[in-house]
Write a protein that binds this ligand. Structure first.
Ligand code: ATP
Ligand code: MG
Ligand code: MG
Ligand code: MG
Length: 476
C-alpha cells in the first residue's frame, strides 16, 4: 500500500466514525510563540482542548506536517542513525474534543490496524501508563491483547508524571496518561520490547500514540479530573508505511525511493562518483530536503536566529553530507523539484512554491560552498592526529569565519567518535560578544560614526535550547 493510500485510508476511516477531515496547519505555528515548529497534530487544536476555542465538530482527523528539529522535540541528530526518525514527517491523528474517550479510541485504533490495514495481531504491543488500570483492562479484556504484550510504563524519568506514557502540555493545564502501540519488525532487526533496556533499537517500533487528556493540573500540582476528557492521537505515516510495505526502514518506503535516487543523481552531477545508494548521507539529504522545503514554503528563510537559523543548520548539514560524498558545487536545491513531484499531490503548496524554494536554497547553498572547503580543511587538520575533542576556539572559528553551525561541526566529529568542547565554544562566543560591545562603546565615546542602537545577537541563546538533544553539547 502506497503512502498516499495509507493517508487517505486513515482519514476516511475516521471520517466514517464521525470525524471531520481537517487540513494540515503550516509547519510554522500561527499564533504560538512558545513553539518553534509544529511538532504534532494536536498543535492546531491546542485552544480547542483548553476550551478557548470552539469548533463546529467534536471529532476531527488530520494528516499533519510536522518538524522535529528544534525545541522540546528534536530528532535532528537521530536522522541517518535510526531507521524511524525524520526531521520532517507526517503525523496522522484523530481527535476527540470532550466526545469519546479511552474505550472508543483504543477500539478505533485496533480496528483500523488489524481489519483495514490487516496488520498481524501477534506483532502488535501496547504500552499504558503504569497506574492506568482502565486502559490496561481495555487492552486485555475488550481487545484481547495477551498480557505479555501489554507493558505498564511508570515514572521512569525521575519524578511523578515524568513518563513516556504520561503526557503534559506544560507544567499546568490538560494532561493525562497515554497508550502507545508498537510493531515488532522481527528478530532480524536489533532492539528490545517497549520498556526494556534494549528498547532503543529499530525492532519494536512505536507507531501510534493515543493520549488521554484526563486531568487539569493546577499550579499546586493537583490533578483535577476534567469534566469532559478528550483524546489526541498521532501516528507516523512513514513508520506505518514501512510496516505495510514490508520494509524495516522508513527510508525504504515509496515516498523516499525517488528522493534518494534524485539525491544520488544530484551529488554525482556535482562531483561525486559512484555514490553508494545505501549511504546514510543520502538518507540525511533526502530527509533534510523535505524539512527545508516545507519550512521555506511555509514562510521561513535561512537566517541567523530563531527558525531561520534552524533552517540554515538543516540545509548546511545536508550540504556537508553531499560534500562528504564528493559534491563540489551546489546540488541540494535541485531536489526541490523531485520532492514536489512526489508530495505535491498531497501538499499542493509544494508545487505552487517550488520555484521560490529552489531559489532560496540555491542562494544559501552558493554562499556555503564559498567557505565549506576551507572550513573542512581546518576541521580535518584539527581532527588529524587522533584528538578526542575539538577545542572551543576551533569550533568557534569554524562557526564565525566559515559558517559552520556548531552542531554541523558536531555532526562531522560524531562520525569519527570525537566530541566538541562545548564550554570552550561558548567562552569563545562570549569573548567575541564582549569585544563587540566594548568596541561599540569606544566608538560612541570617541564620537566616531555610529548609527542606530547596538544590536544584540541572540542566535546562540536560541541555539542553546534548540540543539540540546542534537549534539549533547548543551544542557536541556
Ligand atoms: P519516538 O519515541 O520514536 O521518538 P515519540 O514518542 O517521540 O517517538 P510521539 O511524540 O508520541 O513520538 O509522536 C507520535 C508518533 O509520531 C510516534 O508514535 C511516531 O509514529 C511518530 N513520530 C514521532 N517522531 C517522529 C520522527 N522524528 N520521525 C517520524 N515519525 C515520528
Ligand atoms: Mg521522540
Ligand atoms: Mg516514544
Ligand atoms: Mg510517543
Amino acid at each position: 500500500m502506497k503512502a498516499a493510500e495509507i493517508r487517505s485510508t486513515f482519514l476516511h476511516f475516521f471520517e466514517s466514525k464521525g470525524h471531520t477531515i481537517v487540513s494540515s496547519s503550516p509547519v510554522i505555528p500561527g499564533d504560538d510563540p512558545t513553539l518553534l515548529f509544529t511538532n504534532a497534530g494536536m498543535n492546531q487544536f491546542k485552544d480547542v482542548f483548553l476550551g478557548f476555542d470552539k469548533r463546529p465538530y467534536s471529532r476531527a482527523t488530520t494528516s499533519q506536517k510536522c518538524i522535529r528539529a528544534g525545541g522540546k522535540h528534536n530528532d535532528l541528530d537521530n536522522v541517518g542513525y535510526t531507521a524511524r526518525h525524520h526531521t520532517f514527517f507526517e503525523m496522522l491523528g484523530n481527535f476527540s474534543f470532550g466526545d469519546y474517550f479511552k474505550k472508543d479510541a483504543i477500539a478505533y485504533a485496533w480496528e483500523l490496524l488489524t481489519v483495514h490495514f490487516k496488520l498481524p495481531k501477534d506483532k502488535l504491543w501496547a504500552t499504558v501508563y503504569a497506574e492506568d488500570d482502565e486502559a490496561y483492562d481495555i487492552w486485555l479484556k475488550d481487545i484481547g491483547l495477551p498480557a505479555e504484550r501489554i507493558v505498564r510504563i511508570g515514572d521512569n524519568k525521575g519524578g511523578r508524571y515524568m513518563s513516556d506514557n504520561f503526557w503534559m502540555m506544560g507544567d499546568t493545564g490538560p494532561c493525562g496518561p497515554c497508550s502507545e502501540i508498537f510493531y515488532d519488525h522481527g528478530p532480524e532487526v536489533a532492539g528490545g520490547p517497549p520498556g526494556s533496556p534494549e528498547q532503543d533499537g529499530d525492532r519494536y517500533i512505536e507507531i501510534w500514540n493515543n493520549v488521554f487528556m484526563q486531568f487539569n493540573r493546577t499550579d499546586d500540582g493537583v490533578m483535577h479530573p476534567l469534566p469532559k476528557p478528550s483524546v489526541d492521537t498521532g501516528m507516523g505515516l512513514e513508520r506505518l508505511a514501512a510496516v505495510l510495505q514490508h520494509v524495516h526502514s522508513n527510508y525504504e518506503i515509496d515516498l523516499f525511493a525517488q528522493l534518494l535516487a534524485a539525491a544520488k543523481g544530484a551529488v554525482e552531477a556535482s562531483g561525486g562518483t559512484d555514490v553508494d545508494p545505501a549511504s546514510p548521507s543520502l538518507k540525511v539529504i533526502a530527509d533534510h530536503i523535505r524539512a527545508c522545503t516545507f519550512t521555506i514554503v511555509d514562510g521561513v528563510i535561512p537566517g541567523n536566529e530563531g527558525r531561520g537559523y534552524v533552517l540554515r543548520r538543516i540545509a548546511r548539514r545536508a550540504i556537508r553530507h553531499g560534500y562528504k560524498l564528493g559534491a563540489r558545487k551546489p546540488f541540494f536545491y535541485t531536489l526541490v523539484a523531485p520532492l514536489a513531484a512526489v508530495m505535491g499531490e498531497a501538499y499542493p503548496e509544494l508545487k505552487r512554491d517550488a520555484d521560490r524554494a529552489t531559489a532560496v536554497l540555491k542562494a544559501e547553498e552558493e554562499r556555503f560552498f564559498q567557505t565549506i572547503q576551507h572550513g573542512m580543511e581546518i576541521l580535518e587538520a584539527a581532527l588529524a592526529g587522533g584528538t578526542q575533542q575539538i577545542d572551543g576556539d576551533t569550533a568557534f572559528k569554524l562557526h564565525d569565519t566559515f559558517g559552520f553551525p556548531v552542531d554541523l561541526t558536531g555532526d562531522v566529529c560524531r562520525e569519527r567518535g570525537v566530541t566538541v568542547d562545548e564550554v570552550g565554544f561558548n567562552a569563545a562566543m562570549n569573548r567575541q560578544r564582549e569585544q563587540a560591545r566594548a568596541s561599540a562603546k569606544f566608538k560612541m565615546a570617541a564620537g566616531l560614526a555610529y548609527e542606530g542602537t547596538p544590536t544584540t545577537f541572540h542566535g546562540y541563546e536560541h541555539l542553546v535550547c534548540e540543539t540540546s538533544k542534537v549534539t549533547a553539547l548543551y544542557v536541556d
